[in-house]
Design a protein around this ligand. Structure first.
Ligand SMILES: [Zn+2]
Length: 266
């Protein structure tokens, strides 16, 4: 089988603040290594289960965080930014059997991670779709579903794991930490890596059971910005409506158009 793994850093074991997620931070190298090791654990365990292919996408910041030398040799790594319209899923298409998300995090304005955010933390206060708060998990799980591919595995803070379990029955999850205000209660990297390796064995089985998320017939998207000028600037996107100084709405029946909107307004 063929799997596409999206990796982020804010949900990995130990990370507790923005400074640790940014290359200028003193603890960033340790977190980038943990991001690499968590991806490697899932990939190695899955590759031991059979003749599988894995494409790993580095989906944090500029996409240049994962140390490729720590990954199993059968995996390939997408580094950098493809500027693909369908979210960050640069090489993603309908040929994959499942999407895996590693190191994911709670949505912007949600409380389960001090670094909870949706795409651009300095701009986006909150994203809602059809009245529900959405984070990157929802954006990419629906992007996968748009290509007919199910999301099978999610690791990260317990907020994103709970969101995944609510929306995808029998999704395989590995919670890494719990957010408390501007802090976290985290498992150790060793414990998380062991759980990732153990839970990843369930992925091939999950691929046979889990269906792609059903796409709603209509998408009512609301994006609220921290700054009124960002909302105003993005209100020039065709079809976008400025409904308050800081909030834009966009309506469409086609999730591809939602992804195009996201690309230009985040
Ligand atoms: Zn990130």
């Amino acid at each position: 089988m063929k799997f596409y793994m999206l990796c982020d850093i804010e949900g990995v074991a130990g990370l507790s603040c923005w400074d640790e997620a940014r290359p200028s931070g003193s603890l960033y190298p340790a977190m980038a290594r943990e991001m690499s090791l968590e991806a490697a654990c899932v990939a190695e365990s899955l590759l031991k289960c059979g003749e599988h292919q894995i494409v790993i996408e580095d989906a944090h910041g500029d996409g240049r965080n994962i140390d490729c030398s720590l990954l199993p040799p059968q995996a390939t790594l997408l580094r950098g930014l493809t500027h693909e319209i369908f979210g960050k899923t640069g090489l993603f298409d309908e040929s994959f059997d499942g999407v895996l998300m590693v190191g994911f995090h709670d949505a912007a304005s949600s409380p389960h991670n001090p670094t909870s955010h949706t795409m651009v933390s300095s701009r986006i206060f909150q994203l809602k779709v059809n009245g529900a708060i959405w984070g990157e998990f929802e954006m990419f799980a629906y992007a996968a579903a748009y290509r007919g591919v199910p999301t099978l595995f999610v690791s990260g803070d317990d907020g994103v794991c709970a969101a995944a379990e609510r929306q995808i029955p029998s999704v395989v999850t590995v919670p890494t930490k719990t957010g408390y205000g501007y802090g976290v209660l985290t498992k150790t990297p060793e414990a998380v890596q062991a759980q990732l390796a153990e839970q990843a064995k369930k992925i091939p089985d999950a691929a046979g059971k889990i269906k792609p998320l059903p796409l709603p017939e209509h998408f009512h998207v609301e994006v609220t910005y921290h700054h009124h000028y960002d909302a105003y600037g993005c209100s020039h996107y065709p079809g976008a409506v400025l409904v308050s100084p800081t909030t834009l709405t966009f309506d469409t029946d086609d999730y591809g158009e939602v992804l195009r909107f996201f690309y230009f307004v985040f």
